[in-house]
Design a protein around this ligand. Structure first.
Ligand code: ZN
Length: 166
């Protein structure tokens, strides 16, 4: 590949991030819903807030277990199937499990539309508007929302917040 200094460089592209929503991620990583593709947190722990206490997913070990689950002896097959089932691992290999120089647990990055805009922002704005309605301030907020001044790269709103649908 030609470099900016004029020399030819030998390059190896490496995937360092994969932007996808939750459902795309669990498909790519072969994890069953509603589990996490990054760690092995059980469903019963969701909402506790301390995600750092759970073991990161060991995708290469999952692959070895998947081989044992089909090619091992009777006891190995049973043990491997149970191991995978306990961790909500799907029945087929994940896309990134055996790719070189890829860490399947760290390439997942938030997808801005579904995670930030339609997830966190929608949740936050529901909380804010409920608060404003409770304190009889929603009309003032809607008025200010529609009056936002122009800014480069910012699409102005031409209607009150409560009439925005997307
Ligand atoms: Zn997790």
């Amino acid at each position: 590949m030609p470099c900016a200094d004029g020399r030819m460089q030998q390059c190896y592209p490496v995937i360092c991030a994969w932007m996808a929503d939750y459902f795309e991620n669990i498909h790519l990583h072969s994890i069953k819903q509603p589990h996490c593709p990054v760690c092995e947190a059980p469903k019963s722990s969701f909402g506790e807030g301390n995600s750092s206490s759970w073991q990161l997913r060991a995708y290469q070990l999952y692959f070895q277990k998947m081989i044992l689950a089909t090619q091992g002896d009777e006891m190995e097959r049973r043990e491997a199937r149970q191991y995978l089932e306990d961790r909500a691992v799907g029945t087929s290999e994940g896309v990134f499990w055996n790719m070189k120089r890829i860490s399947p647990t760290s390439i997942i990055v938030p997808e801005i539309l579904h995670t930030v805009y339609l997830g966190m922002l929608k949740h936050l704005m529901h909380w804010v508007t409920s608060f404003l309605e409770h304190h009889s301030r929603i009309d003032k907020f809607n008025h200010l929302w529609a009056m936002m001044p122009p800014y480069p790269g910012f699409a102005r709103f031409n209607k009150p917040y409560s009439r925005v649908t997307q």
